[in-house]
Structure formats: structure tokens, C-alpha cells
Design a protein around this ligand. Structure first.
Ligand SMILES: [Zn+2]
Length: 874
């Protein structure tokens, strides 16, 4: 899972640090895996490995030191090279290159690497962390074919690495010379370095003192690794690698290139750290200073590389141990010196819960004065939970660092939980979208409270009810919701019956759900990507941008698809309908309604089937993908201060990439098929209670749009739905559709929050839109009894309806194949169909058995019809 980014607090110093990026490597999202080959490779098959979400507890490896609440436990990235160990010089890297990190920044990664103990004779496997990595520039050469700047290290201290060594600063694929002055330690061994001890790192007393030997067996379990980890090296332990990157720092060398990277390795076995050195772009390669590294200056702005390289073939006695692990990648804004934190922190020893409480209080006092005060309390409490969490007794904790989550901070106990909402509405003060998870609530009956300053007006909370769920799928409304004083509170009359509870402003609809639903739709024979999309329906991506919590939001795919019966595509224009949702990221009820409509359109309902014959639906479920993912209430992440529903003008799109991706796709998609008019455009939203009093559509009443029969059908099916004059002149999606998509009728449809309605209400309302279209465009007034789809003829479509539902008894309707209204679908209905099939005389005089029916039907069909509705192969 890609965890987003948050502000955190260094407990020891009280300094607030902005996290630009954080990832627990439980999925490969955002990462690119590259294999850089090697020499003497036997064939072209890539037998190296990169496993994201690798559960390292199976090897008895403890949780990585910088794991945070919400991380997937004992899960990280496993890299392995030389599998099965046939050639040398094999190298792999996982590269996060979406974010081009710039300015001073600090990369921190937890790394674990083994050597083959006790029988191995040493290891040439190295793990590494690199900043400024640009995979397109990466060299496919030996030793090591990576770029950027950072560190690689090996694990056993044997120095048996043939021109490489156990610790190496790396710059643009070159190992830096010890003689270059960039190392902090003068003697860490590297071969061919005149004037230095060329034996091994274990002889360096500094390193031996920093990293004492220990029993491997005692540090791991289940690993079948025994023996002693040599002093002076970093095998079989978590090492936090920190790169303090300053791309513009002037150097101390003779060259003019700027930029430095300070490299620190912290051993969690010993608790000690080594500043390996500071890579300096201004140091010019000296071919005579020892091993000629041919080092070049390197651009320090770019991606992050996590790498593993093996300089020779591994002859591992147990190759399953030959891997490196990476967990908890974090990038901080600015230079974050890990030693400064250590030096000032007597509390690196994990305290007992009671002392943790004291520590927490102290930290909280420090923190209150900091600039991001709003965020602090929650973050301190998150740190508290890290320290004290134990499996036996879950601590109360609230967090929202997941897809669609939104919570600024919280405080309180199991009786009273005080919430602070995120104020990220583009033009109104107060909170609005809220969605978080709480743990430790089993048997608790808390009263939640929040300031009633609500974006849109606190009156909107008068009739509002919050929702909760134990499984994040099935939602219930809180029983007590109301305003009191300055607060809005909600609670239940009985205690929670589960430890984990999700709480939200309304039934959430995450970005991930839209992505999954799109995949489901595209798997149907009745949907396909639009001309703007790839095979997965992806029409573009959101731009990288920071959200209101200073989190760098990854690029999110934007989706579209076309629903129709492709067998009836022809040069004759079909009706066109454009359906959209998700523009206002917190308006989830609109998206549930949209989903109900889409599900019906691809269903087996005969009315949907007939619609698909004559109508094509262009559908766009993720108008604001990044905003929904990041938990904003309304705006995109790219433009937090603007209402995205005013940006639907191509002249505005240079700085609104997500709206542009959707808008340009709509223009191209509707133009890609015959016909120049869009019959209907609907954008599904939700709204706080309004003067209209219920669900409603903004529609151009005065221009006659509301007279459209399908709209009147909808009002008849859903008497609670209102119509409101649409007068807006700005660039809303509806006006875009009206002016640029040539939409005959354009509607902005609003589902009202706070009406205590279950999700089934929205699903069924979505279906009603489909039925309203059908009733207008397909259905005839007085169909024949055997005209089951009521489209004005009795044909093979009706026979297939009868066949599909043959045997129904007691619940059949006309649409299901019941011609004689006896609530069954049986032979008598078939006889009516036969009799009504055009002028064709009955082919059988008796009621056929089901097995004979297929034959009879076949006979009839060969006599009669053309233009059957076939299922496309897919
Ligand atoms: Zn809206």
C-alpha cells in the first residue's frame, strides 16, 4: 500500500518535519522495477526478483524500525539477484521516479541484508539506496550500473569484493575513492587504495566499536542462519540509511559542480550510527588517487533508487537467504540530520507505557508552539501509539492516511473523542468531507464531537447523520446526531462490537472503488475503453501535487468507458449519453447513484439490453481522482482554491490537467462514433440540504430541457426528485456539455446528504435513470403480450428473454417473459410468443418440453428474423 505523506514530529527535538513522501512498500504502486543485467548472463530471462509486500516475518526478521501505524506489518520490498546464481554482475533496482525530489531533502530507508551464514565464505552482495536516480539514464554496465548518488554496502565485513568493498559511496555508477576525501572514515577498506589498510573492514576499530559482533541466531529466528555476525559490518540487522541531499550546496572540491549528499548508516542492532561520508559533486575524479572511479558529478534531483547488486556470482549455500529487504521509505523536506536527533534523545530506548505517556506529554508541550499546530496532536498521538501498541490491548487510535480518508486531528479517550476536520473546501471555511478509521473501540461507546463550523453552513448539520462501519462496506447511521453549543456530536445508544470502526460523513466511495468498478465494467461484454483510453480505460493521470496536509499525492489514473451493444454499431448514429461523477471529491452519494445506473446498464435486464442496442453511454467515473484519493471535500489537489466545476473551458486547462484529461477525452470520445449530438449529459453530485428539500436536478427548465420525456419519466418513478432551474453561466461540466459536446439536455444531479437512506436507495435511483431512458426511447404504449421488452415487435429478443427465465414461478413479470400475467414463465408463454411472432404460423401445436424448445426456437428463427442481438466475444 502506498501510504501518503504526513507531518511528523521528531520526538527528541520537537522539530516538525514535513514528509514529502512515504511508502511502506507493501505494493509496487508508483515504483518501477529495473534489471540491469550483468555479464556472462546465460540467457535473456530475468531471474532476479523484486517482491513488494514481502512478509519478512517468515524469516524471523523483526518489524523494521521506522514502521508507522497503518503500515502493513512486517511487509516490505525484497530484492534478490543472481537467482539462481549463474552469472556475475547482476543488479536490480526499484525506482520511485514519479516524484522528482528537489531542493534540500532527506531520504530515509530501513534496509536489511544477509550473508550466507555460517557456511558462506563471504558475500559480494550489496544493498544500496540512491538519490537523484533517473532510470532512463541508468547504465547497463558492471559495477554498479546505477546512477544517482548514495551508498551501497555489504554485510559480512570480509572485504572480499574485488575492487569493491563493504561500504562504498556511489556517484553516477562509480565507487568513490577513499583518497578523494569524501569518506568520513579513513579506513573502511577498499582494495587498490594506496596508503590505506587493505585488509578488511573488521580491522577498523572504529567500525568494530560501532557495530559489535553478535549471535545471528539470537537476532533472527526461523532463518536457519547460525554463527557470528562479524564486528564492523551490517549483516542480519536493520540499518536505517539516511541521505541528506542538498542539490545546490557548494562543494569543497576543485570542480564547479554543486551538490552534496551526506550518508549515515544507523545500526538498530547496536544503536550506533556511522557517517560514511559526504558525496561532493565538486570533487573531480583523480585517476591517480587509487582505484580510478571515473566519477562524474550527478544531478541530485530526481527519483529514489533501492538497489541490490552482486558483483560476482553468489554461490550461496542457502540461496533463499540471499536477499535484501527495504521498508519505510520516507523523504523529508530539508536536511534532517539523524545524528542530531540521536544525540538529543535519551528516549531512543523504547519506554514502558507509563513513561511513554510522560514523554508524550513533554512532546506535546513542545509541539504546541509549532507552525503546523493543527496537525500536531494527532501526529503526536500516532507516535504514542507506535510506542505503546501491544497486541494484547489495542490502543485507541484514529487515523485517515488511506484512500479517501480525511481527518485533521483528534484527541480524547474511549468516552469522548474530539475531532478536528480538514478545512480543504476551496471557498468556504470549516470542515466537510470526513472519513477515518478508529481502533481500540471494542466495547466502547464514545461520543464524538466536532466544531460545528461546517463548510456550507452549520444549518446543514441540523438533520445530518454520520455513518459507521466495521468492514468499510456495510454502513449504518449513528443513532444520535445533533448540534449542541458550538459542537456537533454523534454517538450510539450501545457500545461498539468490534475493535476497528470506520466513521464517515456519508457512505464513502474511494478512488480505489472507482478503479475496481471500472475494471468490473470493462470485463462485461457491453463495455469497452473509449477511443481516448488504453486497454484498462485509462484516459490520463492526475498531476503530482501536494495536498492540504503537505502530502505529495501520487498520480492517479483517470478512467472512462463506453457502454453499448457493439454488434449494433453501424454508420447510423446511436443516441449518445454522457455520464460523469466524482468531480466534487466528497460528494459520494452521487457516485453511488452513478454506480447503480452503470450496473443496471450492463445488466441482463431486457430493458437495458434494448437500450444498449440503440444507445451508447460514454461514462467518466473519476473526474477528480486525486482529490478523492487525498480526501479533499471538493477541489482537486492540483488547484485547491478553485471549484473544479468552473474549469470546464479548454482555455483554462493548461493548469488543470485532471479536468483537461476528462474534457479532452469527452470531446474525442463522443466525436469518435456516428452522430453529432449528445442526447443527454448527467453529472452526478451530492449536496447538503438545500431549499429544494430533497434530491434534485439542475436542469434548464426555461429552455424546455425539463420537458424531455425521459426526465419526466424519472420524476414519475422518483416522486421525491425535484427540478431546479439551471441558470449558471460559468464553465460547469453541464455548460461544457451544452456548448462543446452539443448536449440536448444537460443535468447536474444532486443527491442530498443526511437523509438516513441506505445505499440501496442510491443504487435503485441510478436504475431509475436507466428505466426512464428506456421508457422514452424504446418502450411502446400497448405492447403485444409476447413483446417482453416492449419495443413494439415480437421477435427473437423476446424468445431469448423467455428462454433465459424459463421456470420462474411466482415472481415473473412481463419483462421476464410472462406473457399471460400468471407470474410464471412457462410453455403457455412460449405458445403466445409463437402465435404473435409476425405472420408466421405456429410451428408446434403442443407445448414443447424445454429440451425440445431450443430446436423449435431454432426452426422459427431460421424462418424469420435478422438483426439479432448477439453477445460480442470478449
Ligand atoms: Zn458538487
Amino acid at each position: 500500500m502506498l501510504i501518503l505523506v504526513w507531518l511528523c514530529v521528531t520526538a527528541s527535538t520537537g522539530a516538525a518535519q514535513t514528509v514529502l513522501f512515504s511508502d511502506d512498500l507493501s505494493t509496487s504502486a508508483g515504483w518501477r522495477y529495473s534489471h540491469f543485467g550483468g555479464t556472462n548472463k546465460p540467457d535473456s530471462s530475468d531471474t532476479s526478483d523484486a517482491d513488494f509486500g514481502f512478509n519478512y516475518s517468515q524469516f524471523g526478521i523483526p518489524e523494521a524500525p521506522n514502521s508507522a501505524p497503518g503500515d502493513v506489518g512486517t511487509s516490505g520490498l525484497r530484492l534478490a539477484v543472481n537467482v539462481p546464481g549463474l552469472w556475475r554482475g547482476d543488479q536490480v533496482a526499484a525506482v520511485y521516479e514519479d516524484a522528482a525530489f528537489a531542493g534540500p531533502y532527506t531520504v530515509q530507508v530501513d534496509v536489511w541484508a544477509n550473508w550466507v551464514a555460517p557456511s558462506g565464505s563471504g558475500s559480494t552482495e550489496h544493498v544500496g539506496v540512491l538519490a537523484g536516480f533517473q532510470v532512463d539514464d541508468a547504465q547497463n554496465t558492471f559495477s554498479p550500473g546505477q546512477n544517482g548518488a548514495g551508498v551501497i554496502y555489504s554485510t559480512d565485513g570480509d572485504a572480499s569484493c574485488g575492487g569493491e568493498c563493504d561500504f562504498a559511496l556511489v556517484k553516477d555508477g562509480a565507487h568513490l575513492d577513499l583518497a578523494s576525501g569524501q569518506y568520513g572514515e579513513s579506513d573502511i577498506h577498499s582494495e587498490n587504495q594506496p596508503g590505506y589498510n587493505n585488509t578488511n573492514a573488521n580491522d577498523n576499530v572504529d567500525l568494530e566499536n560501532l557495530f559489535p559482533s553478535f549471535s545471528i541466531e539470537s537476532a533472527t529466528s526461523n532463518m536457519n542462519a547460525t554463527g557470528t555476525q562479524p564486528a564492523g559490518a551490517l549483516g542480519f540487522q536493520w540499518v536505517t540509511v539516511t541521505l541528506e541531499v542538498d542539490p545546490t550546496a557548494p562543494g569543497s572540491g576543485a570542480g564547479s559542480a554543486v551538490g552534496t549528499v551526506r550518508v549515515t548508516l544507523e545500526s538498530h542492532q547496536s544503536g550506533n550510527s556511522l557517517v560514511l561520508g559526504t558525496i561532493n559533486n565538486s570533487v573531480i575524479n583523480d585517476p591517480n588517487d587509487g582505484f580510478n572511479a571515473e566519477e562524474q558529478s550527478v544531478n541530485l534531483e530526481g527519483g529514489i533508487g533501492l538497489m541490490m547488486t552482486d558483483l560476482y556470482a553468489s554461490a550461496a549455500s542457502d540461496s533463499s537467504l540471499a536477499f535484501g529487504l527495504f521498508d519505510n521509505v520516507r523523504v523529508y523536506q530539508g536536511l534532517v540530520d539523524p545524528l542530531a536527533a540521536q544525540a538529543q534523545s535519551p528516549a531512543v530506548v523504547v519506554p514502558e507505557p507509563t513513561s511513554a505517556t510522560i514523554l508524550l506529554s513533554a512532546v506535546a508541550l513542545v509541539v504546541v508552539s509549532l507552525r503546523r499546530t493543527r496537525s500536531m496532536l494527532m501526529l503526536v498521538l500516532l507516535a504514542f501509539a507506535t510506542i505503546t501498541a501491544s497486541p494484547a490491548q489495542a490502543q485507541l487510535n484514529l487515523f485517515a492516511n488511506f484512500d479517501h480518508g480525511a481527518l485533521q486531528s483528534w484527541s480524547g479517550d474511549l468516552n469522548n473523542i474530539s475531532l478536528v476536520g480538514r478545512e480543504n473546501h476551496p471557498f468556504q471555511d470549516g470542515w466537510r468531507w470526513m472519513y477515518f478509521q478508529a481502533t481500540g473501540l471494542d466495547n466502547a461507546q464514545p461520543v464524538f464531537s466536532i466544531d460545528q463550523e461546517f463548510a456550507g453552513g452549520n444549518y446543514a448539520l441540523n438533520s445530518h447523520a454520520m455513518v459507521y462501519s466495521y468492514d468499510n462496506e456495510n454502513w449504518q447511521f449513528f443513532e444520535n446526531n445533533g448540534r449542541s453549543g458550538n459542537l456537533y456530536t454523534f454517538s450510539n445508544n450501545s457500545a461498539f462490537t468490534g475493535d476497528e470502526v470506520f466513521v464517515a460523513y456519508a457512505q464513502p466511495y474511494s478512488y480505489g472503488r472507482s478503479a475496481e468498478h471500472t475494471a468490473t465494467v470493462l470485463a462485461s461484454p457491453w463495455a469497452e475503453p473509449t477511443v481516448s483510453g488504453d486497454a484498462n480505460g485509462v484516459i490520463g493521470q492526475t498531476p503530482l501535487a501536494f495536498d492540504d496536509l503537505d502530502r505529495l499525492v501520487p498520480r492517479k489514473d483517470i478512467f472512462a468507458y463506453r457502454i453499448t451493444n457493439p454488434a449494433t454499431d453501424s454508420p447510423t448514429a446511436k443516441r449518445k449519453v454522457v455520464l460523469t461523477t466524482g468531480m466534487h471529491s466528497g460528494e459520494v452519494l452521487g457516485t453511488h447513484t452513478y454506480e447503480g445506473l452503470i450496473n443496471w446498464l450492463i445488466s441482463d435486464d431486457v430493458r437495458a439490453a434494448r437500450l444498449r442496442d440503440e444507445v451508447e453511454f460514454f461514462a467518466y467515473p473519476t473526474l477528480n481522482a486525486a482529490g478523492r484519493f487525498a480526501g479533499t471535500s471538493r477541489a482537486t489537489v492540483e488547484n485547491p482554491d478553485q471549484d473544479p466545476n468552473g474549469l470546464w473551458n479548454p482555455s483554462l486547462w493548461t493548469t488543470h490537467e485532471d479536468i483537461r484529461a476528462n474534457g479532452e477525452a469527452m470531446l474525442a470520445d463522443v466525436a469518435s462514433t456516428p452522430g453529432t449530438e449528445v442526447d443527454v449529459f448527467i453529472d452526478f453530485h451530492s449536496t447538503i440540504p438545500s431549499s429544494a428539500g430533497n434530491d434534485f436536478g439542475f436542469i434548464e427548465i426555461s429552455e424546455g430541457d425539463a420537458n424531455a420525456p425521459w426526465w419526466q419519466n424519472l420524476l414519475a418513478l422518483q416522486p421525491n426528485v425535484q427540478q431546479v432551474e439551471s441558470t449558471g453561466m460559468n464553465w460547469t461540466s453541464a455548460n461544457f456539455a451544452d456548448l462543446l459536446l452539443n448536449a440536448d439536455v444537460d443535468v447536474t444531479f444532486e443527491l442530498e446528504f443526511g437523509n438516513n437512506r441506505p445505499l440501496s436507495y442510491y443504487q435503485e435511483l441510478g436504475e431509475s435513470f436507466g428505466i426512464a431512458f428506456y421508457s422514452d426511447w424504446i418502450q411502446v404504449a400497448n405492447p403485444e403480450a409476447a413483446d417482453f421488452d416492449e419495443d413494439g415487435d415480437v421477435d427473437e429478443d423476446d424468445l431469448s428473454t423467455w428462454q433465459d427465465n424459463y421456470g420462474l414461478n411466482g415472481e415473473a413479470t412481463h419483462f421476464l417473459g410472462d406473457a399471460n400475467a400468471d407470474t410464471a414463465v412457462d410453455g403457455s408463454d412460449f405458445l403466445i410468443w409463437q402465435q404473435q411472432l409476425g405472420s408466421t404460423p405456429p410451428a408446434a401445436q403442443n407445448v414443447p418440453e424445454p429440451s425440445a424448445i431450443a430446436f423449435a426456437a431454432f426452426t422459427v428463427l431460421t424462418l424469420t428474423l435478422s438483426g439479432s442481438r448477439s453477445r460480442p466475444a470478449k
